[in-house]
Write a protein that binds this ligand. Sequence first.
Ligand code: CP3
Length: 355
Amino acid sequence: MKNLKNDLFIRACKRLSVERTPVWIMRQAGRYLPEYRAIRSKYDFLTMCKTPELAAEVTIQPVDILDVDAAIIFSDILVIPEAMGMKLEIHEGKGPVLHNPIKNENDFRSLREFDINDKLKFVLNAISITKNELNNRVPLIGFSGSPWTLLCYMVEGKGSKDFTKVKSLIYNNPNLAHKILDKLSDIISNFLSAKIDYGCNAVQIFDTWGGILAQKDFIEFDLQYIQKVVQSISRKEEIIIIFLKVVHHNLDKIIKTEFDVLALDWTMNLGEVRKKLSDKVALQGNLDPTVLYANVDKIKNEVKQIPASYGKGSGHIFNLGQGILPDVNPENVKALVKFVKEESKIYHSNILNEI
Ligand code: CP3
């Protein structure tokens, strides 16, 4: 990673000193950007994911337009269930749909074994092209859903309000849930290892739906498998980020896993979490994404409070607490990135010792 022209993100993830807090945005390649919509108007979402040149192009758009400190490869967490044989459709505005969701053992058995280098080669090719085109300007992040989050979609078939199907599965047929989670853990760790092998400097595991579980169930059906994935990823100095949503409990157990960065949603208090975890990991986040609907002065005020909450010193990567929403004004996003860069400097200089 020595060749990177901008390695602020890497240094902050490793809690090494930085001149300012690095910033990137979850879902930074997306519909809020007119440049993304121009390409999306010609191709459907999955075609974009499966055409490495297009995926690389939209991956780099936010680096050019927003001047963020990291790129995240354009893809989706649901390419794994699709590679396992489930039919995936992503409808504009309605979100993703997986046809014939898993109801029983037979449905699970009918899923196929697959070779990542065949069925998911398009993601690896997109990483190669992106690395080439980025030419070491900023680090590249790869990602996957957590086993639990993928199970939610594979059993519900789509996003859900109360997740009754997947919750019924864990109470009525926990063995089947564990079998699928175990299988997904193997696939995810192999896939993330391949992404690292193809040049990703970091990988992020999105645990979007861990917060719907009771605390004990979170450990049994979610955290246990995140740990399995993390332990099996083959890496050298590459970084592992875990994104949790609405998981305020079990932080002491969570950080026993060997990852580098904990990404938080906006309902958590950065400073409090930092204190609780005694700087054992770096923290990423966690501005409420709806702040981007406010005017620029208000955005500046809200942005300032995030590094203030984290406090002095390295180990913080600025991000939203969830993916950016599709209808925000890109000018506000540009302003946000600029404010983070300006307003975070004082937390990394010695001047603060004198305040
Ligand atoms: O961060 C990035 O820029 C990388 C790209 C990325 C996408 N999806 C592109 C995408 C990433 C990291 C994801 C992760 C993802 N996908 C998650 C976990 C993160 C989270 O937000 O909780 C989840 C749950 C999914 C599943 C998924 N895919 C949903 C719920 C949707 C619908 C979103 C919507 O607003 O319609 C998708 C589709 C999707 N994935 C889009 C993008 C840019 C929109 C598709 C379009 O252009 O129409």
